[in-house]
Write a protein of this length. Structure first.
Length: 301
């Protein structure tokens, strides 16, 4: 049974491919951020279509916290081998070892915020002048403020009140020495668009997006995965539940969804019926009302 609007998805596809080609045309050394999550998978799929039959003319890069889901890391490594694309990996652990950031402690400790320092160092060291990410405007209120081409100053910071107009999809990638851009090719996609496109194109995704049995615990209404670095509070207990991921990030902040969706068709139906936002289960967004915007101003994606 057809579960997607072909014309709508092809229009989004065309727009995103145009943005990706503009990045390749305007910047000297672009890179595409890739985590093994569905949005970065979609973005890379679009890049491959945009330059086919040639190879993608830029590398992939992942900022690895060391606290990621094994399934996502394996998918990341496999896709580089299968497509012959260079995958650059930079580790938050190295940033901690160098004394640039301090490891958090306590029940809510996370390395998620430390990705910013590792990312900015990688962009500086490797001289990337544009970094493409899979952020979408429907995800979160801070991301809704982003343009396709998002300028960053020489410190990697973002000013949401000082962005360049993008009339008729004309993008201004001019920058001064030391500045760079973050680019969001799938800005106008929704979560439903992403899943319908994955279904339409039959795109391979990590197994954790489908329902599976996992040892989890509930913290403040969010189901989190058991892991050696996750410290349980006295009132928390490990349970075995059938869960899946709607969005993938650091294990410490990725909420899991109780689900029976075992196919792409099931996932599309589940998303259509849910009243909880995609990031509603992200534990890091619960730190403050402005958590995402504050991090983005500091250089987070």
């Amino acid at each position: 049974m057809k579960k997607y609007n072909l014309n709508h998805l092809r229009e989004l596809e065309s727009e995103s491919m145009y943005v990706i080609r503009e990045v390749a045309a305007q910047f000297d050394k672009p890179v595409m951020l890739f985590s093994g999550g569905k949005d970065s998978i979609i973005m890379f799929h679009l890049a491959r279509k945009a330059f086919f039959p040639a190879k993608v003319p830029f590398p992939l890069m992942h900022i690895d916290t060391g606290h990621n889901f094994e399934e996502a890391i394996n998918f990341r490594d496999d896709i580089g081998k299968k497509t012959g694309t260079q995958v650059v990996v930079r580790y938050v652990q190295d940033t901690i070892d160098e004394g640039k950031v301090t490891e958090e402690s306590g029940y809510n400790a996370s390395r998620n915020v430390h990705q910013t320092t590792t990312l900015l160092d990688a962009l500086e060291d490797l001289k990337f002048d544009a970094a493409m990410g899979g952020g979408r405007r429907d995800e979160e209120k801070a991301r809704a403020k982003e343009r396709f081409f998002s300028h960053r100053d020489e410190f990697g910071q973002w000013d949401p009140k000082n962005q360049r107009p993008e009339l008729w999809n004309i993008f201004n990638g001019r920058k001064k020495m030391g500045e760079h851009f973050r680019v969001f090719p799938i800005s106008n996609w929704t979560e439903m668009d992403v899943w319908q496109y994955i279904l339409m194109e039959n795109i391979d995704i990590p197994s954790i997006y489908y329902t599976h049995k996992r040892r989890v615990f509930n913290r403040d209404g969010v189901w989190l995965a058991e892991a050696p670095f996750m410290q349980l509070k006295p009132n928390e207990k490990i349970e075995e539940r059938f869960v899946r991921c709607r969005t993938i990030g650091d294990i410490t902040c990725t909420g899991l969804t109780l689900s029976t969706a075992s196919s792409l068709e099931d996932i599309v139906e589940e998303i259509a019926a849910t009243r909880v936002t995609e990031r509603g289960g992200r534990y890091d967004d619960k730190r403050s009302e402005t958590a995402m915007e504050d991090r983005k101003k500091d250089g987070y994606f």
